[in-house]
Ligand binder design. Structure first.
Ligand SMILES: Cc1cc2nc3c(=O)[nH]c(=O)nc-3n(C[C@H](O)[C@H](O)[C@H](O)COP(=O)(O)OP(=O)(O)OC[C@H]3O[C@@H](n4cnc5c(N)ncnc54)[C@H](O)[C@@H]3O)c2cc1C
Length: 412
């Protein structure tokens, strides 16, 4: 630690000399950039396993997949910011007693460590290494899939979640025959209640894709996916989109406390159970005071917002607890879908508009207050809803259900 002088206050903490950030995705890059924005003068090392210049993931299932964009590298000048970027370097473990990170290239000392290793896709049992089976998480994955789309093959997508829907959208646009097989009885079963997912299921057929729900993959054979009812679906290629889990296997045994989903259990300032170690982005959950439960958020906005809290902590300011209103978007079947907030099973659901139409929203109320909103083609609802959720506004259900009325005019 440096002996740089700072005003001595009860919250005084010496400024570290050297911050090491592991994971050069959105959360890692933003942490390094936020440290410089906060005036951090010391060494910042950013270590990433992938060989590519750090890049943004959302375009991978959209413009990059369709060849409309070559790549999605972040517009960050690491050299100008004096960030020591080490690519193609995998972290293998943490030795907290020595304040050292082990990497394939040797040990890296840290005063403060930030873990931002994101998430990795869940693999389909038995499909590993089978030719023609793909995942969609990295730039390499997207580049492998581009020629598959260009060949206009028969494609089977396993999983009707956010990634499955976006991939199916791109594959239909490229002219492929697409069948999506989903083990649950509806798309997005883990994220949305049945009545909200119902109109979204119709989007698959509208786009010319076949959606088969209640369908489990038994095995993958050359040229086909065999389902548990014995049916064979022709497949020149298979794309597996059945979720992602935190990429934390490498910290096993370090003493960093993990949760049931292998996520790092961070506190409300994104500190881990180890001193001088923070965790941010897809790899970590945090306790939400707003929603009174621990949240594990696998969306871009969380990887954008969390780093600011981490950087403020590191430079010795004590920021407010990290308690965001989560936000994400998805572009599927020609629709712009946005979700803000967080709902739970007991919340009251209210529709704004006709779900068979081009644009509609769904609101969730808890004790009369807006806690979450899903907007399809209604970005204004989203923007206003976000502010109302942040403010904890009490709503008038009757006014809220009228889609011709601005959402902000529907407060009680
Ligand atoms: C195809 C796709 C489309 C998406 N679209 C949307 C969208 O439309 N809207 C939305 O809100 N969200 C979207 N997301 C989610 C969003 O991209 C993620 O939430 C965000 O990327 C999380 O950032 P992160 O930095 O926490 O993790 P990641 O982006 O996963 O970055 C982590 C990085 O750490 C590296 N790493 C892992 N282990 C190690 C190790 N041991 N040593 C060194 N480096 C390591 C990884 O290689 C990776 O580069 C999408 C995700 C994908 C995959």
């Amino acid at each position: 630690m440096s002996d740089q002088t700072q005003a001595q206050s009860p919250s005084y903490r010496p400024l570290p000399d050297r911050v090491v950030v592991v994971g050069a995705g959105m959360a890692g890059v933003q942490t390094a950039v936020a440290l410089r924005e906060q005036g951090f003068p010391g060494t910042v090392v950013l270590i990433g396993a992938e060989p590519h210049q750090p890049y943004d993931r959302p375009p991978l299932s959209k413009a990059v997949l369709l060849g409309k964009a070559e790549g999605s590298a972040f517009d960050v000048d690491f050299e100008a910011l004096d960030i020591d970027l080490r690519l193609g370097s995998e972290a293998l473990g943490v030795r907290p007693g020595d304040h050292e990170l082990d990497t394939a290239a040797g040990p890296v000392p840290y005063d403060v460590l930030v873990v931002a290793t994101g998430a990795e896709p869940i693999r389909l049992p038995g499909a590993e290494g089978v030719p023609g089976v793909h995942l969609l998480r990295t730039l390499d994955d997207a580049e492998r899939l581009r020629p598959v789309l260009a060949r206009q093959h028969d494609i089977v997508v396993v999983g009707a979640g956010w990634i499955g829907a976006e991939f199916a959208t791109a594959a239909r646009e490229a002219g492929c025959a697409v069948t999506v097989v989903e083990a649950a009885d509806r798309p997005l079963a883990g994220a949305l209640p049945a009545e909200v997912a119902a109109p979204m299921a119709a989007w698959y057929a509208d786009s010319g894709a076949t959606l088969r729900t209640g369908a489990r993959v038994e095995r993958i054979e050359p040229g086909a996916v065999v389902l548990d009812d014995g049916s064979r679906v022709p497949a020149d290629a298979v794309v597996v989109g059945i979720g992602a889990r935190p990429a934390t296997a490498w910290i096993a045994g370090s003493g960093i406390e993990l949760g049931a989903h292998r996520e790092i259990l961070a506190d409300d300032h994104l500190r881990t159970s180890l001193p001088d170690v923070y965790a941010v982005g897809d790899c970590a959950s945090f306790p939400s005071g707003r929603y009174e439960e621990r949240l594990l958020v696998h969306h871009w906005d969380n990887a954008l917002q969390g780093p600011r809290t981490v950087a403020l902590n590191i430079v010795g300011q004590t920021p407010a607890a990290y308690d965001p209103v989560p936000y994400f978007w998805s572009e599927q079947f020609g629709r712009f879908v946005q979700y803000v907030g967080h709902h739970a099973p007991g919340d009251t659901l209210l529709w704004r508009g006709d779900p068979a139409g081009a644009s509609w929203s769904v609101c969730w109320l808890r004790e009369g207050r807006l806690v979450a909103l899903l907007a399809v083609g209604r970005p204004r609802d989203l923007a206003q809803g976000r502010r109302l959720i942040e403010a904890g506004a009490a709503m008038d259900p009757e006014l809220l259900a009228d889609p011709s009325r601005p959402l902000k005019g529907a407060t009680a």
